[in-house]
Design a protein around this ligand. Sequence first.
Ligand code: PLP
Length: 398
Amino acid sequence: MEKLAIDGGIPVRNEKIYYGRQWVDKDDVQAVSQVLTSDFITCGPKVEELERVLAEQTEAKYAVAVSNGTAALHCACIAAGIGAGDEVITTPLTFAASANCALYCGARPVFADVDLLTYNIDPASIEEHITNKTKAVVAVDFTGQSVKIKEIREICDRHHLIFIEDAAHSIGTKYCGRPIGSLADMTCFSFHPVKTVTSGEGGAITTNCKELYKKLTLAHTHGITREENLMEEAYYQGAWYYEQISLGFNYRMTDFQAALLLNQLNKLGEFSARRKEIVSKYNEAFSQIPEIIIQEEIPESDSCRHLYIIRLDLQKLSCTRREFFDAMSAENIQCQVHYIPVYWFPYYKGLGYKKGLCPVAEEIYQTIMSIPLYPRMKDQDVADVIQAVKKVVENYRK
Ligand SMILES: *Cc1c(COP(=O)(O)O)cnc(C)c1O
C-alpha cells in the first residue's frame, strides 16, 4: 500500500487541482474587448442578443439577464409577489442564496428534506411542509441533476404555488428531452466562474409567462419603465420621459459580460459533453469501490453536471470525513463540500432555525465532498483524482 502524502508519502500529483474552474479562451477575450471599445458597454445590444439566445436555447418565451444568480432569485421572488408573512419552501442542501431570496422579500424560508439517493428536494417533503402561508417553491437542480419537475409542478398546481427553479447548476441539462429553463414558472441561472458557462458575475431568469416577464424586467431595473401602456401619464410627455411604477433594484448585466456569456454559450455543447465524459469515468471507477457511494440520477434527467460528489460510507472506513478531505488535499486534490445545510448557519440559528430539521440532508452533508469536475480537465487529471480516491480509501479501509 502506498503511503499517504498526509503521512509523509509522495502525493499523487505535484500541482494542486481544484473542484471547479472556468474555461475562458482567446475568442472570449476578443468578444469582450470588441464590446469594450464599442458605443455601449451596458444597456446595449449585447444584452438584448443574450436574452434572445438564452430564450432560444432554453426554449422559454422570455429571458431577463441580470447581474448574478442571487439577483435572479431575488427578482423571481419579487415577480412571484412574495412578501411579509409568506413562506417559501426550499432545500437546505444548497447555496444560501436559494433561501436568502425569500428573506430579502420579508418571507420565511421553510426547509424540505432531500432524497437520500439523488440529494435533490423530495416532493413528498415539499407537500408535508405546505401551509396556508406557502407562496412558492424554490427547487434546486443540485449538482446539475434536474429535480422531479413533473411531481413538483403537480404539487404547485394543486396548492396554487409559484414554482421557481434554481438552475444555477443545471444549464445544459434536459428533463424528459426538454432543456431546463421553460418547465418551471421561472428558472434562475447563475454564470459565476465555477458554473458551467460564465460571464464573470451574471445570472438570468427565463419564463413563459408574459406577466411574470414584465415584473422581472421592472424588478431588475429600479421598477422603471418606458413602456407607454404601463405608465400612468398616458399622453405623450416627451422622449425623455419614463416612470418608476414599482420598487426595483439595479441588477443589470453589462454588455461586455453579455458578450462573454454569448461566446461561452456557443461552447455549452462541448463543455457539457466533456463534463458527461468525466462523470462517466468517475462513475465507472467508483462503482467498484464499496466505500464510495455514487449520486443516483432519475431517468428523466439528462444531466450536464456542475458538481461531482462522492459520499463516504464511513461505517466501512476508519477515518472521518475531515480526515478523508485533508488526505485528498495532501495528495493535491483540493475538494470542497457542497453544502453546509443553510439553516445551520449562525444567521439562520438567530432566526430560530434548529439543527435536526432535515435529517436526510444533514446525514448527506456529513459524508460528502465534491471532487474536481470541469471541462478543461485533462485525462491525466481525471486519472489522478481517481487514483487519489483509491489511495485514500485503501489506507483507511477497515
Ligand atoms: C451559485 C449559486 C447561486 C447564486 O449565484 P451567484 O451568481 O453566485 O449569485 C444560487 N443558487 C445556487 C444553487 C448556486 O450554486
